[in-house]
Design a protein around this ligand. Structure first.
Ligand SMILES: Cc1cc2nc3c(=O)[nH]c(=O)nc-3n(C[C@H](O)[C@H](O)[C@H](O)COP(=O)(O)OP(=O)(O)OC[C@H]3O[C@@H](n4cnc5c(N)ncnc54)[C@H](O)[C@@H]3O)c2cc1C
Length: 465
């Protein structure tokens, strides 16, 4: 059990951080009570803005002794309510811990504080001729600590993997205030349990990450974006299978089904090529030389059904940006036609994508509900946006949980799982046990208890109780 902070607690926070870094005014706290989750607003008594692991250690030790709930916050772009504070708790905002600490050219590593914006890491790596591959679409706002806590992915996951594949080491503060670190500037590590992996994706429930050691890779010198159009989603998915068997792998294979293409072309200024197609694939090819890149494009033409009539290459950066703007413009287009909607991000085996989508679309249309499906075909991560449209408010409220459960059960039936990127957070906690099974669920709860016996870190998230 945890309690609401008292005047004595606030005095301790001010002594530890300085009064300026402790926010207690209701208006100033407000922006910290939400993230990007639709229709979710929490409550907090105070926001703390520490600037070092040592300060966080003092704060956590104190909160642990006094049973105060702590909600760690990075960029606040989560879409499952992970950073939303509950029950007048304490927000631990890491916004001041935003420095790149060390670039090690020989080991190709970067040491960063937890609130460095991911896009700044991309830029830093690019200036060194290197690449930090994880590329969530929120990169201009989200922070690396939040990416690690959510194990964030993005379009480049097909070739490069997700955030967890680029974290070599972490410094973290445990709920009792102990500062610990795991991993380092080495590739192999067999010394005990893999704490870095365990903390990656732990959604702020096990420890506060205060420093991360990231792996950078050489940047591909040549890249080209290609849009392919198909009559049916099935044809597009067959092509994905062929592309994945090819060498080298494309860096990204994104798809949009017919309804998504139609909506973007009809409701935005983007003149999307092949606007009447049944499905699109947007592919990013990378190579070490212009000749090798051309060879990859030539190979695309060897795939049955691909010709000049359904292939468009981006000749310039501007054209590339334009092709990607259609894919990125989907959410804005949805907001214009149906400001109320909810978004799921199930993942299924890649070979099951077409059948999974067909099955979801059929089921949703039997409810008379519109939906748009798009996402990362290369890694099976499907974004399913369910639109309220003209559905009556009462009916919509009744339907939301039912539809969510239907979608999750279908993902499980297709041997997938309920989220590939966005995590469990607050809004999906009642579905986790069914998704992963009681054995794994109960073990996860024991791990949580071992790290955080008093349950002060992000209570009310991930687990139902
Ligand atoms: C427009 C948009 C596009 C998006 N696209 C993608 C995408 O392509 N791929 C994807 O994976 N996600 C995407 N997201 C979701 C979101 O951006 C990611 O989950 C991101 O990783 C969250 O980072 P953040 O810094 O904003 O974390 P926050 O929202 O601040 O926090 C998220 C969780 O991490 C915990 N946390 C934050 N920092 C720390 C820390 N230092 N130590 C311990 N726990 C911490 C919080 O307690 C919370 O549980 C998108 C969101 C939006 C709004």
């Amino acid at each position: 059990m945890y309690t609401k902070p008292t005047g004595n607690d606030i005095s301790f926070f001010k002594e530890t951080l300085g009064a300026d870094q402790v926010i207690t005014s209701t208006d100033d706290i407000k922006p910290y009570t939400i993230d990007k989750t639709k229709n979710l607003v929490g409550t907090a008594s105070v926001v703390l803005k520490p600037c070092s692991a040592e300060e966080i250690s003092k704060l956590l030790g104190y909160c642990s002794q006094n049973s105060l709930a702590i909600f760690t916050r990075g960029g606040g772009t989560g879409v499952t309510g992970g950073a939303v504070p509950l029950d007048d708790g304490v927000v631990l905002s890491l916004e001041r811990m935003n420095r790149i600490l060390e670039y090690d050219a020989n080991n190709m590593t970067l040491s960063v504080e937890p609130c460095v914006i991911t896009g700044n890491i991309h830029e830093f790596a690019q200036e060194k001729g290197l690449l930090y591959p994880p590329d969530p679409a929120s990169s201009d706002e989200c922070a690396i600590g939040g990416n690690i806590a959510e194990n964030a992915g993005g379009p480049r996951a097909v070739k490069y993997g997700v955030t967890g594949n680029y974290v070599l080491g972490l410094e973290y503060v445990l709920p009792d205030g102990t500062i610990a670190s795991s991993g380092g500037k080495y590739v192999k590590n067999a010394a005990g349990y893999d704490m870095v992996r365990l903390l990656t994706g732990s959604e702020g429930t096990l420890a506060v990450i205060t420093k991360a050691l990231l792996k950078l890779v050489p940047a591909p010198p040549f890249a080209q974006d290609v849009l392919l159009s198909f009559n049916t989603l099935g044809e597009a998915v067959d092509t994905v299978t062929r592309l994945l068997a090819a060498s080298p792998l494309p860096a990204a294979i994104e798809f949009m089904e017919n309804d998504a293409i139609k909506l973007v072309s009809e409701s935005s200024s983007i003149k999307i090529p092949f606007a009447t197609a049944g499905a699109h694939l947007l592919i990013k090819l990378e190579a070490d030389s212009a000749q090798l890149l051309k060879k990859q494009i030539d190979n695309l033409y060897k795939i049955p059904g691909i010709s000049d009539s359904n292939l468009k290459t981006a000749k310039t950066d501007k054209e590339s940006e334009y092709l990607w703007s259609a894919r990125r413009g989907i959410r804005d287009a949805i907001s214009r036609v149906s400001p109320v909607f909810f978004a799921e991000d199930c993942v299924v085996p890649r070979a099951a994508i077409a059948l999974f989508i067909k099955s979801i679309k059929n089921e949703l249309s039997s409810y008379g509900i519109d939906s748009l499906l798009f996402g990362h075909a290369g890694d099976g991560n499907i974004h399913i946006d369910i639109l309220k449209g003209k559905t009556e408010d009462n009916r919509w409220e009744e339907l939301k949980d039912e539809l969510r459960l239907m979608i999750y059960r279908k993902a499980l039936a297709f041997e997938g799982t309920i989220t590939g990127e966005h995590g469990i957070g607050f809004i999906r906690k009642q579905y986790l046990e069914e998704a992963i099974g009681s054995g794994a669920y109960n073990m996860m709860k024991k791990i949580k208890e071992a790290f955080d016996p008093k349950g002060i870190l992000n209570p009310g998230k991930v687990f139902q109780d």
